[in-house]
Design a protein around this ligand. Structure first.
Ligand SMILES: Nc1ncnc2c1ncn2[C@@H]1O[C@H](COP(=O)(O)OP(=O)(O)O)[C@@H](O)[C@H]1O
Ligand SMILES: Cc1ncc(C[n+]2csc(CCOP(=O)(O)OP(=O)(O)O)c2C)c(N)n1
Ligand SMILES: [Mg+2]
Ligand SMILES: [Mg+2]
Ligand SMILES: [Mg+2]
Length: 287
């Protein structure tokens, strides 16, 4: 059993509206509020050699990225810290606070407990105007499929390429880009935290469309053997670029460095150069 299968089971209990997007969406007068919570822990998320400061940064960044992927501006973050040694708490807090401040957000509280495995749970709140909200479900046939950034860098860092270590441990959420894309008229969006391929499938499924992707158009990490670079770019997790769709005449969006990698079509599934693309990426598993 993996986490995507479990989300389907949870969806049957609490509904599609609560589980279809990177954030929950709450009506608030002229605006929407968006909320996300994310758990990171030592075994699956914190690579050997990462500092406590960087763990805090990563926890904040993962949640700010979910807020950004809705087109929203982050307002506040709470951080719950489960940790084996009390002296780790301050550096973790410094890292999370620095990430929040870098993106116009504030760390405004949290919780803590003694815990054998370092576990960080960050919860974020954001705000977006009615026009600016972007969900995963709005992709239309004929739209452009595009991504910001270069997917596969975090996986390259994890596999020992030192030039990508920083990309792995201090990821940069697309807070500015998400809002610009929302205002410009992106029709569907999510972050690629679990990998590009699996995210393409998520976006296509949520929108009820087919996506055709051109492999040669996908940016990939340089300085890595070609086969590995292609695999990292498609299936590696831990990058926080935004995957979005928009009408052709909207692309490119001023100030947003993005690459067109394909097209939305009627139908279902994700195709790479005409062949079905495996729905694989970063996942959490249970026996
Ligand atoms: N335990 C849970 N209870 C309720 N909803 C959940 C739970 N876990 C995940 N979800 C929801 O399922 C969707 C997908 O989750 P996830 O893959 O964690 O998204 P993301 O990668 O954007 O954080 C999100 O809308 C999330 O809020
Ligand atoms: C051992 C290890 N593998 C991969 C990564 C890269 N990484 C950081 S966060 C993340 C994915 C996001 O984590 P998840 O708990 O799935 O958050 P969500 O998808 O819910 O946003 C990944 C793959 C990592 N930091 N460490
Ligand atoms: Mg997400
Ligand atoms: Mg998340
Ligand atoms: Mg996930």
């Amino acid at each position: 059993m993996d986490d995507r299968a479990l989300v389907k089971a949870i969806r049957a209990i609490i509904g599609s509206d609560a589980t279809d997007d990177d954030c929950a969406v709450i009506e608030d007068g002229e605006n929407y509020l968006v909320m996300s919570t994310d758990m990171l822990h030592e075994t699956t998320d914190f690579p050997k050699g990462i500092t406590d400061y960087e763990c805090g940064w990563m926890a904040a960044a993962v949640t700010l990225s979910d807020v950004a992927s809705m087109g929203a501006a982050p307002i506040a973050l709470l951080l719950a810290v489960g940790v084996d040694r009390a002296e780790r708490v301050e550096e973790i807090t410094r890292g999370a606070d620095a990430c929040c401040r870098a993106y116009g957000c504030r760390l405004m509280g949290g919780d803590m407990d003694a815990h054998s495995e370092c576990t960080l749970v960050s919860s974020g709140l954001g705000r977006v105007s009615r026009d600016g909200l972007v969900r995963r479900r709005g992709a239309q046939p004929g739209d452009v499929v595009a991504i910001t950034g270069i997917p596969g860098r975090a996986q390259a860092g994890l596999d020992g390429y030192p030039e990508y270590w920083k990309a792995l441990i201090t990821p940069r959420p697309g807070v500015f880009e998400g809002q610009a894309l929302g205002r410009a008229g992106a029709t569907a969006m999510m972050d690629v935290s679990d990998g590009l391929s699996i995210s393409l499938h998520d976006l296509a499924e949520a929108s009820g469309v087919r996506m055709d992707v051109d492999e040669a158009a996908i940016p990939r990490p340089g300085g890595v053997p070609a086969e590995d670079a292609a695999r990292y770019a498609l299936f590696g997790g831990g990058d926080f670029g935004l995957l979005f769709t928009c009408p052709e005449d909207v692309f490119p969006v001023a100030g947003v460095d993005a690459t067109c990698i394909g097209r939305v079509a009627e139908g279902e599934g994700v195709y790479l150069d005409g062949e079905p693309l495996a729905k694989a990426g970063y996942a959490h598993y249970w026996e």
